[in-house]
Design a protein. Structure first.
Length: 69
């Protein structure tokens, strides 16, 4: 249990630092450590091609970062 908490704490710090580098506050970021460690950053902007859709940067330990609409 302590190991999972340490991993989640480190992952949370990493995800929040990436959000800060993108000019976003920590409220736009989340993470979870379950079978796979994953994180998510909601972006404040929308893409011109998809103006009615939210944009996010999900991250998992297998694939890394990948933009999502």
């Amino acid at each position: 249990m302590a190991t999972t908490q340490a991993v989640e704490s480190a992952l949370r710090g990493y995800i929040e630092r990436v959000a800060a580098l993108l000019g976003l506050d920590s409220g736009s970021a989340s993470c979870e450590v379950a079978e796979w460690a994953s994180g998510y950053i909601a972006l404040a902007r929308r893409l011109p091609r998809w103006p009615d859709h939210d944009v996010a940067l999900p991250r998992d330990q297998r694939h890394g970062w990948a933009p999502a609409v």
